[in-house]
Design a protein around this ligand. Structure first.
Ligand code: SF4
Ligand code: SF4
Length: 726
């Protein structure tokens, strides 16, 4: 017994020393990161203890996000709770080092505890089998890029599964032997251990005594070895993920969706009117990431859920959100001695490979043959992101991919002046004309021509503030005012508001671009300029309630303008139209015999959780049949326009809009409906591309019409003769 005690304690001391050393090292690495925003602290107004606890319960204890994928989710839940409850058996194992018949005080001999422990051991074993099947069926060896595990550390994952298997069988082995030697704490309940005991019983008491003594030590060694492996592998997420969830940037849509943050340097937003000399303008090196950024990297489970949903990855681009996080993490760990070195002399004394990693450029073409000679993140990776939010939405540990991608873009744009050439025209137009097409303010009311009623324009009657009886300021947006197809939507919404008797006004020449594309491409200075101008205008006219037709305008005005002092109640036209129909202020009476598939805009759906209203509007039209695409709602596939991608060439892989249009057309619809002008432009182009693939004449009309929900409603509310024409 004394040998068992000494060996058990010695193993524990050694393993815990190794673990403590590693944890201290990782802690030093994370805290060497830049300060994060003050809102990250648990005591801040933006992060009440209640919201943190709520997130921990939902994401960690109940594993809400993992359960979106039923089978792997249930397997993970079983493994998680299995391990939590098996901690009780670890306590029993340590007690047994000193007393062979040790039992936990009060509850340690109760049959239900023995039953629960054995059940959780079997549940854990079952989850290992499920995980093994999932990994085997999804192996990159056969599926290639289609596997969500493509690029993950596969050997380490199999090793961890093997270790979990070892934890369970060694536990049951020594418990079975304990039953036969008479030192087992439970008389009843531990049915699996009893089954093992029956197998071991014929070996006799002496053999069972040896198995008990050796078994408890082997079980302990396996658990300690597993602990050491965890803190040295991606499975460190067992410890980092709960922390990451607690410290995630919470928004109304969950974690890190909706608003982007301003550029932060040293924990405070950069003042672009008077920037400090040392202000960090985004992330140009791994050392520029905040400690929360490093924690994100250390939390990635390599599950590939993000990768499996990413529109860029799914259309053959080099961008995988998982690989972005993994590459940043691998670089941060390989560079750690350089990061943590006391001074330049200490850095100079480091081995050549570590110094080379330390001096590696963050964003530059990747050199597969000689990684340290190339960048960590390839520019094609950085510029492929549409900021669609699918990755953030899926990530079970609340990693903030978009924030990191945009922060790296910010450095490229603001410091290096490096971004795709095609976007330069759009940025120049925003700067000089206030819209991406460079049409200027004088073109902003062209859409209103030809309507059979007068569109009320702010200032036309000499007013300096919005009159009291104005219910909504109708924010038309650049696309709504200047793009041919989007103008149809604007006219339709104006007509419907007019018909419903909603009192509204438009700003006309007073509008300028919200700055969404500028912010998402990384040109924060330009965004701040445009946004400040709009906030000043909106505040000056006394706007309180704003209706918009563009998902991007909606997101920017509702979620980002508060950062600049613009606080408004912003409503998307789908929500307002749905409400007007429900209130009886609009009555769709003319049937429309049409099968319609609705495309969820990322900035309406995932980023702002507006899923039902557009469907309610379509459903209110008599005769329509709504068919859903396989990827809809929260899992909708991007149209390819977000993240300023609308203004960049798409030369790698398949075009995202073509992929999405093909999916929409596969539902055999008469109409494809959307509720964002950018989606409509992209899907219309996509339909034409699919038609061309099918051999259609380029001059022919598209085989399927893509239109806004407002235009569909207008057709039902008004006879066709009054419907705006293209
Ligand atoms: S935001 Fe969308 S495009 Fe960008 S990495 Fe995530 S899933 Fe991919
Ligand atoms: S970033 Fe999140 S979703 Fe993607 S692989 Fe890592 S843990 Fe999974």
């Amino acid at each position: 017994m004394i040998v068992r005690t000494i060996l058990g304690l010695a193993m524990t001391v050694v393993a815990l020393a190794v673990v403590a050393r590693r944890v201290a090292y990782l802690y030093r690495l994370a805290t060497a990161g830049q300060p994060a925003e003050p809102e990250r602290s648990i005591g801040s107004a933006a992060r009440s203890l209640g919201s943190v606890l709520g997130a921990e319960v939902a994401e960690v204890l109940i594993q809400r996000k993992l359960l979106k994928w039923t089978v792997p989710g249930l397997a993970h839940l079983a493994a998680f709770w299995g391990f939590m409850l098996l901690l009780v058996t670890v306590i029993e194992g340590y007690g047994a080092l000193f007393w062979r018949d040790f039992a936990i005080p009060l509850i340690g001999r109760q049959a239900w505890l023995g039953w629960l422990e054995d059940t959780m051991a079997l549940a854990t074993l079952a989850s290992v089998v499920v995980f093994a099947i999932i990994r085997w069926r999804n192996t990159p060896a056969t599926l290639g890029r289609r596997s969500r595990f493509f690029g993950s550390h596969l050997d380490a994952a199999w090793l961890v599964l093997f270790m979990i298997f070892n934890v369970v069988w060694t536990l049951l082995l020594y418990r079975g032997a304990q039953i036969n030697t008479g030192y087992f704490p439970f008389e009843r309940g531990a049915y699996a251990s009893e089954a093992v005991a029956r197998v071991l019983e014929p070996l006799g008491e002496q053999a069972n005594t040896v198995i008990e003594h050796v078994g408890v030590l082997v079980a302990m060694a396996v658990i300690l070895g597993f602990l050491v492996l965890v803190v040295h592998s991606k499975h460190m997420h067992i410890f980092t993920a709960p922390l990451n969830v607690a410290l995630a940037r919470r928004t109304s849509s969950g974690a890190a969706l909706g608003a982007l943050q301003p550029v932060y340097s040293a924990g405070a937003p950069v003042d672009f009117e008077d920037p400090g000399e040392d202000d960090l303008m985004g992330r140009g090196s791994i050392a520029d990431f905040t400690w929360k950024g490093v924690l994100d990297m250390l939390s990635c489970t390599e599950c590939g859920r993000c990768q499996s949903q990413c529109p860029a990855w799914n259309t053959g681009k080099p961008l995988s959100p998982k690989l972005v996080v993994m590459n940043l993490r691998d670089h941060a760990l390989a560079r750690a001695p350089y990061t943590l070195a006391a001074d330049d002399d200490a850095r100079a004394a480091l081995p050549d490979p570590v110094r080379a990693e330390g001096e590696r450029v963050l964003v530059a073409p990747v050199d597969e043959a000689n990684p340290v000679a190339g960048g960590v993140i390839d520019p094609d990776v950085l510029w492929s992101c549409t900021t669609c939010g699918a990755c953030v939405n899926q990530c079970p540990v609340d990693i903030e991919h978009i924030d990191h991608i945009v922060d790296m873009r910010r450095y490229q744009v603001l410091v290096e002046g490096a971004f795709p050439d095609e976007a330069a025209v759009m940025l120049r137009n925003l700067e000089h004309a206030g819209d991406p097409w460079g049409r200027g303010a004088s073109a902003r009311l062209e859409w209103a021509g030809g309507l059979d009623f007068e569109v009320p324009v702010f200032g036309a009657g000499g007013e300096e503030r919005l009159p009291e009886d104005i219910e909504y300021l109708f924010w038309v947006g650049c696309a709504g005012a200047l793009d041919d197809k989007a103008q149809n939507t604007t006219r339709a919404v104006a007509t419907l508001l007019h018909q419903a008797g909603v009192r509204y006004m438009v700003l006309g020449e007073g509008e300028t671009c919200t700055g969404d594309a500028a912010r998402r491409i990384g040109h924060e200075f330009l965004f701040q300029m445009l946004a400040a101008q709009n906030v000043e205008t909106l505040n000056a006219v006394g706007a309180t309630r704003i209706v918009v037709t563009c998902a991007h305008c909606f997101n920017t005005i509702a979620n980002e303008y508060p950062q600049l002092g613009g606080h408004y109640e912003v409503v998307h036209h789908s929500t307002l139209l749905s409400r007007l129909v429900a209130e009886g202020r609009l009555t769709p009476i003319t049937p429309l015999d049409a099968t319609i598939t609705y495309h969820d805009a990322c900035y309406l759906g995932r980023h702002n959780q507006i899923f039902a209203p557009p469907r309610e509007v379509l459903g209110a039209v008599p005769g329509t049949r709504l068919v859903e695409m396989a990827r809809s709602g929260e899992r909708s596939f991007c149209c390819g326009a977000g993240g300023a991608r609308m203004w960049m060439d798409e030369s790698i892989g398949e075009r995202i809009n073509t992929n999405r249009a093909r999916e929409a057309m596969s539902t055999k619809p008469d109409l494809v409906a959307a509720a964002c002008p950018f989606c409509i432009v992209m899907l219309s182009d996509g339909v034409r591309a699919v038609d061309a693939e099918n051999g259609a004449d380029a001059a022919a009309d598209p085989s399927v019409e893509v239109t806004d929900i407002a235009e569909v409603l207008l057709r039902a509310v008004q006879p066709a003769a009054v419907t705006p024409t293209t």
